[in-house]
Ligand binder design. Structure first.
Ligand code: BYC
Ligand code: FE
Ligand code: FE
Length: 477
């Protein structure tokens, strides 16, 4: 597949052959850069960062590492190569050829999915824009910026689809992507978790662990879409996404490891006097971001989800690329779900499988989250501690879906409003918890040094040594 790296917008979609599209995207480019300068990492725009850039889509060969100033990052448009004779793998049109363009009858749904996906990408950059100022090391600072520039590229990926296939409406949607703001009272981002502040690095690791991981599952669900350009765009995004989850999972692992070390050093296992983050605060942050991320799957019983599946727009996790599912029409099956009655008691109900597709995707996500939890608990066990971390019940602290109607505790038991209000500070971070974590967030900018509350990583980026200068400060400090 032909890769053009020297054009204004690097791409492998032969952009120069479509003058009108190229002009439209080149007109959007300066608006994007203006947004990046205003809402991207604050205070680091002139520094040299050791970043990987996508330069091709071949397996293993796409990541190029070098120093770059973030506003000069080569945000490109890359789709995985087409495969001949691909057919639709699920839903009502199964077996027919995939669509190279958007069929008129599915335009509205596809636009909505692409806009919702696209909106999350700049949102996360906005949420993380101040974190550079308190990074626990140059290694972590660089990883933050890597995640940020790649989320910027994911926005490009969705904007390319909007510009190419949705005409004037698409161009307007692309403009709006740069107008909404995370947490803004009048024009917020679309989904809940993308309007929450990410105020400290523990929240950042939870976000990349749990919220980026929702991204992984949503992208997998789109990676086999009947709309082929969407499928191939999301396939390539998934190669970058893997790093975001690495940052989250290993970030939390390093915090937990350091806390375990400090607990062993402390006569009372209290890590506060030693400047560590207590396990119960780590647990509360996990519970907060895990439950907020479960909300991103949408309604548990959803007619939208049924429509998307029927039309072949959105499948399950590795729908037909794995052996997970053998019935790709999902017409006659049911999914059994515990649904709250008006009084909050639960009744087991069967709902048509297609309507439960958000929950089925969420099941795969939860399985994945449990694996990371096991790894972290192994770290605690190996340190000789009996404490364990856990994932709360999927009913806990929900704002979307069937469980949003009542309060459920971490075990999934019903709570009255009164008891919930009295006990929420035991299971979710309090202002004091946030303040304590904030008090530890002093920046560490010497190469090879790490803040006291986090263990160093096992290895450097791209096999670089531990004391590698991942960020070269160019400004006059
Ligand atoms: N907050 O049928 P329903 C990522 C709305 S993350 C606010 O229940 P549906 C990333 C919904 O819009 C992945 N509103 O849900 C991670 C609808 O509103 P309207 C992002 C919510 O449509 C980190 C109503 O509730 N990608 O990439 O089946 C860093 C009822 O809809 C929420 C996608 O999400 C919420 N949490 O499913 C960077 C994929 N949940 O229309 C990036 C594209 C639901 O009635 N999106 N609502 O006003 C979708 O596939 C679906 O829209 C959803 C919702 C899964 C989000
Ligand atoms: Fe992304
Ligand atoms: Fe991501």
């Amino acid at each position: 597949m032909n890769v053009s790296l020297n054009e204004k917008i690097p791409n492998n979609v032969n952009l120069s052959s479509d003058r009108k599209l190229q002009k439209a995207l080149e007109a959007w480019l300066p608006n994007y850069i203006a947004w990046w300068r205003e809402m991207g990492p604050e205070g680091f725009q002139e520094d040299q960062v050791y970043l990987r850039t996508a330069i091709s889509v071949e397996k293993g060969g796409w990541a190029h590492f070098d120093y770059v100033k973030m506003p000069d990052y080569r945000w490109g448009i890359f789709l995985s190569p087409p495969t001949d004779g691909t057919t639709i793998g699920f839903g009502d049109h199964m077996g027919k050829d995939v669509w190279p363009t958007v069929p008129g009858e599915f335009r509205k749904e596809l636009r909505r999915i692409i806009v919702t996906q696209g909106d999350t990408e700049p949102a996360s950059v906005e949420q993380q824009r101040l974190l550079g100022q308190t990074a626990p090391s140059l290694y972590d600072l660089r990883n933050l910026f890597q995640v940020n520039v790649e989320e910027g590229r994911h926005l490009w990926a969705m904007v390319y689809l909007l510009h190419s296939y949705f005409g004037r409406d698409g161009r307007e949607e692309a403009e709006d992507m740069l107008i909404r703001r995370s947490g803004h009272a009048d024009s917020p981002r679309i989904l809940g978790a993308f309007n929450k502040p990410i105020a400290d690095w523990l929240a950042f690791f939870c976000f990349t662990m749990y919220t980026d991981r929702d991204g992984k599952y949503q992208l997998y669900a789109l990676a086999e879409s009947a709309f082929d350009p969407l499928a191939r765009t999301t396939q390539f995004m998934l190669t970058e996404e893997a790093h975001h989850m690495f940052v989250g999972e290993t970030g939390l692992q390093r915090v937990i490891q350091r806390t375990a070390e400090l607990m062993k050093e402390s006569p009372t296992e209290d890590v506060r006097p030693l400047g560590g983050i207590p396990l119960d605060i780590i647990q509360k942050y996990i519970s907060e971001w895990y439950s907020a991320s479960l909300d991103l799957f949408g309604g548990d019983d959803s007619s939208n989800a049924a429509t998307y599946f029927a039309q072949g727009l959105k499948g399950r996790y590795k729908e037909s690329s794995s052996k997970r599912y053998d019935d790709h029409r999902a017409m006659d099956s049911v999914y059994t779900m515990n649904i709250p009655n008006p009084d909050g008691t639960l009744t087991s109900k069967e709902i048509p499988l297609r309507r439960a597709m958000n929950t089925v995707l969420q099941d795969a996500y939860i399985e994945d989250c449990e694996k990371s939890m096991e790894k972290w608990n192994k770290t605690l066990a190996e340190s000789g501690l009996s404490d364990r971390l856990y994932l709360p019940s999927r009913r806990f602290n929900r704002l979307q879906g069937v469980y949003a109607s009542h309060n459920f505790d971490i075990h999934g038991e019903l709570l009255s409003d009164d008891v919930w209000e009295k006990t929420r500070g035991d299971v979710l971070p309090t202002n004091e918890d946030y303040e304590y974590v904030a008090s530890l967030m002093t920046p560490v900018v010497e190469a090879g040094q790490f803040a006291n509350w986090i263990a160093p990583p096992k290895r450097g980026v791209n096999s670089q040594p531990q004391d590698f200068e991942y960020v070269r400060f160019e400004r006059n400090n």
